[in-house]
Design a protein around this ligand. Structure first.
Ligand SMILES: [Ca+2]
Ligand SMILES: [Ca+2]
Length: 186
């Protein structure tokens, strides 16, 4: 009997942890997808201001790493009617060499350029942008201030914090009692 009550308490606790965990993977008002959190707002900025804005929020400009993520982002920005959005990659240090993330830590993890892009138009198309209609990318003027910002950060799940254990496997618990002879009874 005590064992049943104990298991019930454990299951309830696992359920509460599950609910709290699921709703707490991303900061409030951020979209959760995969192991990332995404934040959009309604202000248009140039690329550097967008990057600084995301930095202040503890994230960085969106970098798209998979086709699946590309589709997810397109769904959000289309729904919000954000025609162009910055992506956190640039080739302004070395023309044609695209580096991503705020520390320019990586070349492109995935590519989805528009036809005839990147074209470095005018010699200074150096910052990456996302077009909502087809989800394709272009190189654009970093100083263009008519582009929306999407910030990305790693969710607590992606950071390995608050890992959720499904309640079905959360109770690998056995109850043991000892008989009058002092031997273990299972
Ligand atoms: Ca360029
Ligand atoms: Ca271009």
């Amino acid at each position: 009997m005590a064992c049943k009550v104990y298991l019930k308490i454990l299951n309830t606790a696992a359920f509460i942890l599950f609910v709290v965990g699921v709703s707490g993977l991303c900061p409030r008002d951020w979209f959760e997808h995969g192991t990332s959190c995404y934040m959009t707002d309604s202000v248009i900025r140039n690329w550097d201001d967008g990057a600084a804005y995301c930095d202040r929020l503890g994230g960085e400009l969106l970098v798209i790493e998979t086709w699946e993520e590309n589709k997810f982002i397109q769904g959000i920005v289309k729904n919000q009617n954000k025609r162009f959005t910055w992506l956190g990659c640039s080739d302004r240090d070395s023309e044609g060499q695209w580096l991503c993330y705020k520390d320019s830590a990586s070349s492109l993890p995935f590519e989805n350029w528009s036809t005839k892009e990147p074209n470095n138009r005018g010699g200074d198309d150096d910052c990456m942008s996302f077009y909502m209609e087809n989800g394709k990318w272009s190189d654009s003027k970093c100083y263009s201030d008519k582009v929306y910002t999407v910030c990305e950060t790693t969710s607590t799940q992606g950071k390995g914090e608050g890992v959720i254990i499904p309640s079905s496997s959360a109770a690998p618990v056995s109850c043991y009692t000892f008989g009058s002879d002092g031997r273990l009874q299972v």
